[in-house]
Design a protein around this ligand. Structure first.
Ligand code: ADP
Ligand code: MG
Length: 600
């Protein structure tokens, strides 16, 4: 008896479905791309349960005749190419002719369509990949497609779907990116009958970026005979934390992921933005389709170029040129070198550490010695770290230090008993303190204690984030943030972590919440269901909370405030590096100073 069997068509199709249709977002993507390929200028998307129950895409495009309607759900049925060479000249989103066949195989699908010349619309109903009926309907030019109960034919796949909030967010993120590229097209999105996105016709990319993201960015461009690019980016002085910075890349209006472009942006901005920050950046590349291959990824999320340099050079050059052409910049480069050595008024320090803090700092150092260096200290730095700890210990126990003053409203300058100059970053110093506090508290109690606000703070969010906030309300509470949902797009913050003693700005609170609700990058699809990811990304979340809670750079501090920060810093286990790995203290020893001055 032979063990090998040939699979039937329906099984083959269902296996292949995984490649193209992975979740509701993929259905929306395929349908909307088809509407764009059909020259629609208005596209309406309706969703139920984050698309799991229903996805409808209604367009006013070219439509299909009855004959085409019957063909469109067949595998390898496409009107966009005829032969393989055509792949290297198509500018349409689709060309493989497999999306509708796949969608129809894994859901109940209705397609209603009419062309300009049709007398009536035709309505096709497909279940489990088979045509159930085709009937006439009142004429409406264009196509409407309803997809019900995705994956009901493949229950195993249904298990991989996540919460409504998550699926909706994936869909909205994609719609915003495709809409950014197609700025002339009107888009409307309804979720459970609520209009959650309403985009009008725009004149250019900038108008669309403003409309969707409310960003005013700088434009730069580049062009040579092979490739042209338009880049919109934020001023280096207005860069954002990595999590809230938006970077989107498009090749011939197709949203793609591309490491080379990321690298080009990073390099162009290197040294102009602080570590841990990124500019918003929208890159629109137009290139002759002959020199790229878009047929390398099942969902066409990547493109291959003949030479890596093609993208790199055009993006890097375009940004670099603009940055150097000199709109005002607040970067290191613009500081007059002399300013740094300007004489700082020396203040006589009257404050001393509270005795118990010193004892605690001392204890921490001794304890850590016993336990050995923390994971984050790599071996070659251990010796250095030991020496540094010695220094902190001496400062703390002997109390022989003096606050000199504040430099650039950002650094606290301290003279130690041994004649060293310490330059301490005020923001990261506090950040280290809060990081350890939050971390220790969570590890001890599995939750962070909170305090009630006298006046609750109201914050606005994108409608698609609201779903995730609702779902992650418990996680937020565990982390000391208690809130009430208020209407469709706002929340009322009632409690914040107890440790916080200065109220963070609304923007910072929003960032903290967004960080907690956002999923960690999904590396594999093997994590079935909605496992609680809180613990996995706790370190990252706590680092953000600490960052948002801490005093900012460029904030004037009184002497008292400076000494409070030093007290906090010297009570931490690792006063030398911030949670993101940046140094907190720079030490200039007496020796080093004398060498520079030429005394020795
Ligand atoms: P592809 O887009 O790769 O050609 P699809 O399976 O997505 O494959 O679609 C098959 C065909 O059905 C398309 O080539 C197009 O001719 C037709 N079609 C699909 N959606 C629409 C639509 N919204 N309007 C007009 N024609 C459509
Ligand atoms: Mg298609």
């Amino acid at each position: 008896m032979s063990k090998i069997v040939l699979l039937d068509e329906s099984t083959i199709n269902k296996i292949a479905a995984g490649e193209v249709i992975e979740r509701p977002y993929s259905v929306v993507k395929e349908l909307v791309e088809n509407s764009l390929d059909a020259n629609a200028d208005e596209i309406i998307i309706k969703l139920k349960e984050g698309g799991k129950k229903q996805i409808s895409v209604i367009d006013n495009g070219d439509g299909m005749s009855k004959e085409d309607l019957l063909l469109c759900i067949k595998k390898h049925a496409t009107s966009k190419i005829k032969k393989i060479e055509d792949i290297f000249s198509v500018l349409s989103y689709g060309f493989r002719g497999e999306a509708l066949a796949t969608v129809a195989e894994v859901s109940k699908t209705e397609i209603i369509s009419a062309t300009e010349d049709s007398e009536a619309s035709n309505k096709l109903i497909i279940e489990d990949g088979k045509i159930k009926s085709i009937t006439e309907d009142t004429k409406r030019k264009g196509t409407a497609i309803n997809v019900y109960n995705l994956f009901y034919t493949v229950p195993a796949r249904q298990k991989f779907l996540k919460t409504e909030g998550y699926e909706l967010k994936r869909i909205m993120d994609w719609i915003k990116s495709i809409a950014a590229a197609n700025y002339k097209i009107k888009f409307k999105v309804y979720n459970e009958n609520d209009l959650v996105l309403d985009l009008k016709e725009q004149q250019n990319y900038a108008g669309r970026i403003k409309e969707i993201f409310n960003l005013d960015l700088i434009k730069s461009d580049y062009s040579d005979p092979v490739v042209s690019s338009i880049v919109y980016f934020s001023k280096p002085s207005e860069v954002k934390d990595i999590i809230s910075s938006k970077q989107m890349f498009f090749v011939n209006n197709r949203p793609i992921k591309n490491d080379t472009i990321s690298k080009a942006i990073y390099k162009a901005f290197e040294s102009k933005v602080p570590r841990g920050k990124k500019p918003h950046c929208f890159v629109f590349i137009k290139i002759d389709p002959k020199v790229i291959d878009i047929n390398v990824h099942p969902q066409k999320l990547e493109v291959r170029t003949k030479s890596e340099n093609t993208f790199y050079f055009s993006v890097y050059e375009s940004i670099k040129k603009k940055l150097e052409s000199g709109f005002e910049l607040h970067t290191d480069e613009n500081y007059v070198p002399g300013l740094r050595t300007k004489i700082i008024s020396l203040l006589e320090s009257k404050t001393q550490y509270a005795q118990n803090k010193i004892a605690k700092a001392h204890q921490n150092i001794i304890e850590e010695r016993k336990v050995g260096p923390k994971k984050e200290d790599n071996t070659k730095n251990i010796l250095l770290l030991e020496q540094k700890r010695e220094l902190v210990k001496n400062i703390a126990t002997e109390k022989k230090y003096r606050i000199i003053g504040q430099l650039l409203n950002t650094y606290i300058l301290v003279e130690t008993s041994s004649g060293s100059l310490l330059i301490i970053d005020q923001h990261v110093a506090e950040e280290r303190y809060y990081y350890e506090k939050f971390h220790d508290e969570y590890m001890k109690n599995r939750k962070i204690a909170s305090q009630s606000l006298l006046v609750p703070i109201s914050l606005e969010f994108e409608p698609e984030d609201m779903g995730l906030i609702k779902e992650k309300k418990e996680n937020l509470k565990i982390l000391g943030l208690d809130l009430d949902i208020f209407g469709k797009d706002s929340v009322l913050i009632r409690q914040i972590p107890l440790q916080i003693n200065v109220l963070p700005s609304k923007d910072d609170l929003r960032q903290m919440i967004l960080d907690i609700i956002s999923e960690p990058e999904i590396k594999s699809e093997t994590n079935v269901g909605n496992a609680n990811n809180l613990e996995k990304k706790l370190d990252h979340i706590i680092a953000t909370m600490a960052c948002k809670t801490s005093i900012k750079a460029e904030t004037h501090l009184t002497e008292h405030a400076m000494s409070r920060i030093l007290e906090k810093l010297f009570s931490t286990k690792n006063p030398y590096t911030c949670p993101h790995g940046r140094p907190i203290i720079i030490e200039l020893t007496k020796n080093e100073i004398e060498k520079k001055i030429g005394r020795t």
